[in-house]
Design a protein around this ligand. Structure first.
Ligand SMILES: Cc1cc2nc3c(=O)[nH]c(=O)nc-3n(C[C@H](O)[C@H](O)[C@H](O)COP(=O)(O)OP(=O)(O)OC[C@H]3O[C@@H](n4cnc5c(N)ncnc54)[C@H](O)[C@@H]3O)c2cc1C
Length: 435
């Protein structure tokens, strides 16, 4: 590949970055995709790995493999720690290979969970963002039932069988529904001293309802579906403390504590730290969620050669509000910026501001129930679940994974079994209360 070709560096091989790289496959440019992981991850199905329904390899695919046929693309596995906008290079956390120069830069490093000023809670209440997070949760959930089986003290046993999920957005709802399935069906006959059906799954949400971004009728249906599955939904509660013993929350003027050895965190997100570093390098500020304000063409003010897309971008020109942090926004933005770049290189006029085509919002609740807001149509129950299933299979990036996930789901649906419920690290790593 001639070195003189325009060099597009993409940081982040998630939905935004990967779709941008692929959209450049026929372009006369050099593409370098940098990610700290060697794989693209389909985050919407992480909860299935966390609850033993799918294996990690079903929802992740190696970036090198995905781009192996794309001759103009190179993959670098490294963490980008900084961006030097003056000399146009990214800084890598790799002493042997510390920098990569760019002509155009696309930053698509996504977001991470926000513990709202309590980073110490993360040790107790893991987030669900990566494969490692999902296997940690799987280990803790399955490990909790093992501990409960051996526990002779009634109240300690109850604490092992109480699972609190903080955050009632789509991820919290999906995780709570799947956990209820695991406890009440999958594990129902597996233990001799405990009844997994007695496990308590409590979903805590600060707002008036779970799934706040859905219309009221679908929120109500989701709440009813969760209740049918045996999930206790607590709304308008503010978590004030999380430790090895459980969760304390403010309910109106009252404080309430729940003894629980397994707490999971699915509350708000903030932009990735690289966004903050980039904002500092350019002299911009980020919004409250750590996102960078982008121009209507998704470039940064004063830096037409740098684009920020996906969860890290605050793109507000379309509605006055930031676009939601969902995969279709990132994918469409990834494709759009490549159009801007190629038109520039060909001396053509720019394509006009980015416009998000919103095809709807979905969340699944347990085995065969979901809610889907398609704008013109609200679906719930089985039909919504079938729609959800079809869309998620469609967007898995590898055909092989689509087939594997379909077979696995069909098996899971008919048997209620979750064959990936392995505890892969010993001992299970719940933080220990002090003696
Ligand atoms: C559990 C969960 C469930 C979700 N469910 C849905 C859903 O059902 N539907 C939906 O539309 N959206 C869903 N989302 C949101 C969706 O996944 C995100 O909106 C989407 O992934 C954003 O794409 P992105 O490209 O901006 O970032 P990501 O897809 O998160 O990709 C960011 C990439 O950047 C890499 N990276 C980060 N920092 C660095 C660095 N410093 N150096 C190198 N690489 C770096 C990461 O490894 C990652 O590969 C879900 C998210 C989660 C966590």
């Amino acid at each position: 590949m001639p070195a003189a070709l325009h060099h597009v560096v993409i940081v982040g091989g998630g939905f935004g970055g990967l779709y941008a790289a692929r959209a450049l496959r026929h372009a006369a440019v050099r593409v370098t995709l940098i990610d700290r992981h060697n794989h693209h991850l389909f985050q919407p199905l992480l909860y299935q790995v966390a609850t033993g329904g799918l294996s990690p390899a079903n929802i992740a695919a190696p970036l090198r493999g995905l781009l192996s046929r794309q001759q103009n693309a190179d993959v670098v596995m490294a963490e980008v720690t900084d961006i030097n906008v003056g000399s146009r290079h990214v800084v890598l956390a790799n002493a042997d290979f510390p920098r990569i120069n760019y002509d155009t830069l696309i930053v698509a490093t996504g977001s991470q969970y926000n513990y709202f000023g309590h980073p110490e809670w993360e040790r107790i209440a893991p987030p669900l963002k990566s494969i490692d997070d999902a296997t940690t949760i799987r280990r803790r959930v399955l490990g909790a039932f093992e501990k409960a089986e051996l526990e002779t003290d009634r109240s300690k046993q109850q604490a092992w069988m109480t699972f609190v999920i903080v955050g009632g957005g789509p991820t919290g709802v999906e995780l709570a529904g799947a956990l209820a399935e695991v406890a009440h069906h999958t594990l129902a006959r597996d233990f001799r001293r405990i009844r997994p059906q007695d496990a308590q799954i409590i979903l805590c949400e600060g707002q008036v309802s779970v799934l706040g971004q859905f219309p009221p009728d679908l929120r109500q249906k989701a709440t009813a579906s969760l209740a049918r599955l045996g999930v206790t939904v607590r709304v308008q509660v503010l978590v004030t403390q999380i430790d090895e013993h459980g969760v304390t929350m403010k309910v109106g003027e009252r404080q309430e504590s729940i003894a629980a050895r397994t707490v999971l965190w699915t509350a708000g997100v903030v932009g990735s730290p690289l966004g903050t570093a980039l904002a500092k390098a350019i002299g911009l500020s980020t919004d409250r969620a750590g996102r960078l304000m982008v121009e209507p063409d998704l470039s940064l003010p004063g830096h037409a050669e740098i684009f920020v897309i996906g969860d890290l971008a605050n793109c507000s020109h379309q509605t006055g509000e930031p676009l939601p942090g969902v995969a279709p926004v990132a994918m469409q933005q990834g494709q759009y910026v490549t159009d801007v770049i190629l038109r520039r290189l060909e001396g053509q006029p720019p394509p006009g501001p980015f416009h998000y085509h919103d095809r709807g919002n979905m969340a699944t609740i347990g085995r065969a129930s979901a809610v889907a807001d398609l704008g013109w149509l609200h679906l719930s129950g089985y039909l919504a679940w079938l729609t959800w299933l079809f869309v998620h299979l469609m967007y898995l990036v590898q055909f092989q994974n689509r087939v594997l996930v379909f077979v696995q789901w069909a098996y899971c649906y008919f048997t209620r079994d979750r064959s990936a419920r392995l505890i892969t690290h010993q001992p299970p790593d719940h933080p220990q209360p002090e003696k």
